[in-house]
Design a protein around this ligand. Structure first.
Ligand SMILES: [Zn+2]
Length: 71
């Protein structure tokens, strides 16, 4: 079993349209690097969300290791 990614994986993308940061509430400009959270259809500034993003990625990696050991 090599299922690594989920539909809700957060990802780092370039904003394709202006929106509002779900963390600080300030505007996100088109072309800015943002973290996108498909689960909640939320977007946040890179600087606002990078810590949460890293933690999410780290937990996915932990799960990978877990799967490699036990499957
Ligand atoms: Zn922000």
């Amino acid at each position: 079993m090599s299922h690594t990614h989920y539909a809700g994986d957060p990802r780092q993308i370039t904003a394709r349209f202006p929106s509002t940061c779900h963390t600080c509430g300030k505007p996100i400009k088109k072309g800015e690097t943002i973290i996108y959270w498909p689960n909640g259809k939320k977007a946040g500034h890179y600087d606002c969300d990078i810590e949460d993003y890293r933690q999410s990625i780290a937990s996915f990696e932990d799960e990978d290791r877990y799967n490699n050991v036990y499957h």
